[in-house]
Design a protein around this ligand. Structure first.
Ligand code: PEP
Ligand code: MG
Length: 576
């Protein structure tokens, strides 16, 4: 039966494909695709784990018999019998083999995918005894996974491939930004998650993949089943499950229209971003990995305005990248941009970008906690290693250093002291380094209200609207239950953005916007009218924003932009 779910539109376009579910149960396993030649190896891993579990249960049964007959033991023995029966269950075995051989899932993923499928059947059972057997099944799967983890030779990670040649869409309850990055090189044509807001980091990485995506779709991962046909409408934020042929045809048409539009946009790739009245605008790229410099250059970005270096630090189980590893990454970005500037933002972990999955719930209020520069200052040796790596990369090209989430002048002084120390350490080691321009992110209202003081220390500012909105409106950017309150057009947000731009211009310092607002075509005219001449966004958004710029006349936008900022309901004036 066809049904639709509403969520948040985060990445435009239409995707139509078969659902691949990333297990939403509590078993946290790696999800990756294997190559066709590795199917037997993965099935063997599973077989070995199965034999080990059967043996393990057999031993427990044996020791129970030796203890003699006692009531409690009867119950335990019966439970173990159930577990053994489940191990023999043909639906479990056949299902897991299907996911491995037909979908090329790694064994752990296949096992949890089949667990999910069978669990749903258990949930629908009327008989409470049978329904409770779901817990047994989970325990059996957990036992198998434990043995598989101990198995030394899992198949190596591979970029996903799809044997049947059908498009695939990814469906998950939640995905961490690090998981998302893992899927970045994949064949998925779209994705949907139950949780998340428009500017959650998972959504941001999805946008960088340039595939249609919907987040905050609440129950999508429960309603959608493996292999279901799904339409993801990334423009409207709608997910349609099991569409009728008419709906399918309609969306197929929309999808082709989108492709034609993209093709048309690609023609302005080499056109300079200059408004009708001759104002030159800088269009920069936001990147997560050094190799993102390739798509950035391919759409004509004139530099990197934000390199989110924290993606080098995430999901590494405590083993953080050292100076050499970071230097290699920064150098690759600098060389990849062929002489254009690269803005390296110092690590911004915390909040919805935990270092590791397990660290997610360590803090009550992570967005207000030890995040970004606060974390860096609390880890001086790590911070200095990062500064040294960036300074060294600056010997090979133009590098800007950007500090996230600064709120106190005291923090700025500490950053400067660390920077001086990092230079001194490189001098002592006689290692070459280059000059850097130093900038601050304006993403906390406190910083937005102290621009003149900040500009005594910084060469440039970059407005991080994603966090500035979150902190101004006290709305968690990740929480879909308050997503309706996350309003980039709130008068308070616009007043802060407008005043930061105006103060920088008055003091002759450069300012850009690097939050998602910069890549939103609905905001381009307003930001131009407020005097912004530098925008940083994901490469996939650059051409659409450029098109807006080419059609704009800033002389006509100035008074209107001021009126929008002064309005009680700026949203009502945006179409003017
Ligand atoms: C922002 O807050 O707007 C920003 C660009 O930083 P991030 O999204 O990485 O927090
Ligand atoms: Mg931020």
């Amino acid at each position: 039966m066809s049904l639709s779910v509403q969520g948040q539109a985060v990445s435009r376009g239409i995707a139509i494909g078969r659902a691949v579910l990333v297990a939403s149960n509590r078993l946290d396993v790696a999800h990756y695709f294997i190559e066709a030649g590795q199917v037997d190896t993965e099935v063997d891993r599973l077989r070995r784990a199965r034999s080990a579990v059967v043996e393990e249960i057999g031993k427990v049964q044996q020791s129970l018999q030796e203890l003699g007959p006692k009531d409690a033991h009867h119950e335990l023995a019966a439970l173990l019998d159930v577990h053994l029966m489940l191990m023999e269950d043909t639906q479990l075995q056949a299902g897991v083999k299907y996911w491995i051989s037909e979908r090329l899932y790694n064994a752990e993923w296949a096992l949890t995918a089949q667990l999910e499928t069978i669990s749903r059947q258990f949930d629908e059972m009327e008989d409470p005894y049978l329904r409770e057997r779901k817990a047994d099944l989970e325990q059996v799967v957990e036992r198998l996974l434990r043995h598989m983890r101990a198995d030394a030779n899992p198949a190596p990670m591979h970029a996903p491939s799809n044997r049947r040649g059908e498009p695939l869409v990814l469906v998950a309850h939640d995905l961490s930004p690090a998981d998302m990055l893992q899927f970045k090189q994949s064949v998925f044509t779209g994705f949907v998650t139950d949780v998340g807001g428009k500017t959650s980091h998972t959504a941001i990485v999805a946008r960088s993949m340039d595939i249609p995506a919907v987040v905050g779709a609440r129950t999508a991962s429960q309603l959608i089943e493996e292999d279901d046909w799904v339409i993801i409408d990334g423009d409207a934020g709608v997910v349609i499950v099991d569409p009728s042929p008419i709906v399918l045809a309609e969306y197929g048409f929309k999808q082709r229209q989108g492709e034609v539009e993209r093709e048309r946009l690609s023609r302005i790739k080499n056109t300079p971003a200059v408004t009708l009245d001759g104002e030159r605008v800088e269009l920069l790229a936001n990147i997560e990995q050094p190799q993102d410099s390739t798509p950035a250059l391919s759409v004509g970005a004139v530099g990197v305005g934000l390199f989110r270096t924290e993606f080098l630090f995430m999901g590494r189980e405590g083993r953080l990248p050292d100076e050499e590893e970071q230097f290699t990454a920064y150098l690759a970005a600098v060389e990849g941009m062929h002489g254009l500037p690269v803005t390296i933002r110092t690590v911004d972990v915390g909040a919805d970008k935990p270092l590791d999955r397990s660290a997610r719930e360590d803090h009550l209020n992570p967005a207000l906690g030890l995040r970004a520069i606060r974390w860096s200052l609390s880890e001086p040796s790590m911070f200095q290693a990062q500064l040294r790596a960036a300074l060294r990369a600056a010997a090979f090209g133009r590098v800007n250093l950007l500090i996230p989430m600064v709120a106190h002048v005291g923090e700025i002084r500490q950053v400067l002291a660390h920077l001086a120390r990092a230079r001194q350490q490189l001098d002592e080691r006689a290692v070459a380094y280059g000059p850097v321009r130093l900038g601050a992110m304006i993403e906390v209202p406190a910083a937005a209200l102290c621009v003149p003081a900040f500009l005594k220390y910084f060469d440039f500012l970059s407005i991080g609207t994603n966090d500035l909105i979150q902190y101004t409106l006290a709305v968690d950017r990740v929480d879909e239950s308050v997503a309706h309150l996350y309003d980039p057009l709130h008068p308070a947000v616009l007043k802060l953005v407008a005043s930061v731009i105006a103060e920088c211009r008055a003091l002759g310092k450069s300012v850009s916007v690097c939050g998602e607002m910069a890549g939103d075509v609905a905001m381009t005219r307003l930001l131009l009218g407020l005097g912004l001449r530098s925008f940083s966004m994901h490469p996939s958004q650059i051409l659409a924003v450029k098109q807006q710029i080419l059609r704009a006349d800033t002389r006509k936008l100035r008074a209107w932009a001021q009126a929008v900022v002064a309005s009680e309901e700026p949203g009502t004036m945006m179409g003017d």
